[in-house]
Ligand binder design. Structure first.
Ligand code: TXA
Ligand code: MG
Length: 361
């Protein structure tokens, strides 16, 4: 199959491009579509066969559910049965945080195919801040199920080029709207009722919407660390109702090893002294480029996420692109990443880096 890359920059052609992408989706095919976080691999969410293609193309295990991207925040009521007790919280968050990098996991309506949710009775939904994702969903007239447009377990793509290096020849179209503006996958929360009967938010994945921001809406319950084995076992067993005691989901997004480069990858503290192994070529992903770690003479290549004062949002935009570049660099055997400040979007980046550092398999 030939993969066509369509540049989405000429305003007057937008309608035609959205139509072309929507026609492919209507036909049950897959299209890579930009969002503000990472590029998504989209299918018509109501076409179970098309959604099955996503799992096939990505080699994604069937127990890992997908996010549905909606054109409008009101569409949440088409896909989800929002419990009365959570309606106020969900409506407020939707009004203030959508369109944007927040995914909410809510009880699903029967119109959502089971394959989208991997058999769970909840569905993950979001309204992307990217015009192109919303535009295609609007023209299609249905939500778009889209995981990140990478092979399962790999680094998420933040540019059309990165999608091409993952999926070239496997899908008919990539919509290229340049680099993603957030650069890290959406924050995922499951609104729930806590032990005291109050609305609360299970934080299932850290992302651009920080814990501090979420606390404005409700108490934030952080997930317990889940081992890969426990997640796989839980995914294989039937689903229990969401509650504070049994947070869901247990899906690969929460697996220990994920978002990983192919080369060995390790995290190091910025003030640590690195001891290289003779003959091994190391690449460093540094935060500001002026740490004790980055000053050592052993690096074959250094990439700096946010030179100078260090801005975490700038670092987030570059993180996956730099990890990918190091992974593809023939002059490097092992990738070292400097630990980042664990605040704001830094929490989401550290979450991804820790998972990337866990050996695959
Ligand atoms: O920013 C993003 O979220 C990107 C863009 C394309 O929207 N998408 C993305 O999708 O990162 P994906 O499939 O790579 O990660 C979505 C994660 C899954 O790993 C799964 O853990 C979680 O969302 N998820 C999906 N449906 C769920 C459900 N019903 N319950 C719990 N978790 C769910
Ligand atoms: Mg992914």
């Amino acid at each position: 199959m030939e993969t066509r890359v369509i540049h989405v920059d000429a305003l007057e052609e937008l309608r035609a491009i959205y139509r072309e992408a929507a026609d492919l989706l209507e036909d049950g095919q897959l299209v890579a579509i930009p969002t503000e976080t990472v590029y998504g691999l989209g299918a018509d969410a109501f076409n179970a066969e098309a959604v099955a293609r996503i799992f096939e193309v990505k080699q994604r295990p069937a127990f890992d559910p997908l996010i549905c991207h909606m054109a409008r925040r009101e569409d949440v009521h088409e896909l989800c049965e929002v419990p009365e007790a959570l309606l106020e919280l969900v409506t407020l968050m939707a009004a203030e945080l959508w369109p944007g990098p927040l995914t909410m996991v809510l009880p699903k309506k029967p119109c959502v195919p089971d394959i989208v949710t991997s058999g769970l009775d909840t569905v993950a939904v979001r309204v992307s801040a990217h015009d192109v994702m919303r535009g295609v969903a609007r023209v299609l007239g249905r939500p778009i199920a889209a995981p990140s447009a990478n092979m399962f377990g790999n680094i998420s793509p933040t540019s059309a080029n990165a999608v091409k290096s993952e999926l070239d020849g496997l899908i008919p179209m990539i919509l290229d709207a340049g680099a993603c503006s957030d650069g890290i996958e959406s924050t995922i929360v499951a609104p729930c009722i806590d032990a005291k009967g109050e609305p609360a938010l299970h934080l299932l994945r850290e992302g651009p919407v920080s814990r501090e921001q979420l606390r404005k809406y409700a108490r934030v319950i952080r997930p317990k660390k889940i081992s890969a084995r426990a997640a796989a076992m839980a995914a294989a067993s039937s689903s229990a109702p969401a509650s504070e005691a049994t947070p869901r989901p247990l899906a690969p997004g929460q697996l220990a090893s994920h978002y990983a480069p192919h080369k060995p990858f390790h995290l190091c503290a910025p003030r640590s002294v690195f001891e290289p192994v003779e003959g091994v070529r190391y690449g460093l992903v540094s935060y500001q480029g002026d740490s004790l770690l980055s000053m050592q003479g052993c690096w074959a290549n250094i990439k700096v996420l946010s030179p100078g004062n260090g801005r975490l949002t700038e670092a987030a935009i570059r993180l996956f692109a730099f990890m990918r570049a190091m992974d593809e660099d023939d002059e490097i055997d092992v990738i070292i990443a400097e630990e980042l400040p664990d605040t704001g979007i830094g929490c989401a980046m550290m979450d991804r880096l820790r998972r990337a550092a866990v050996p695959r398999g």
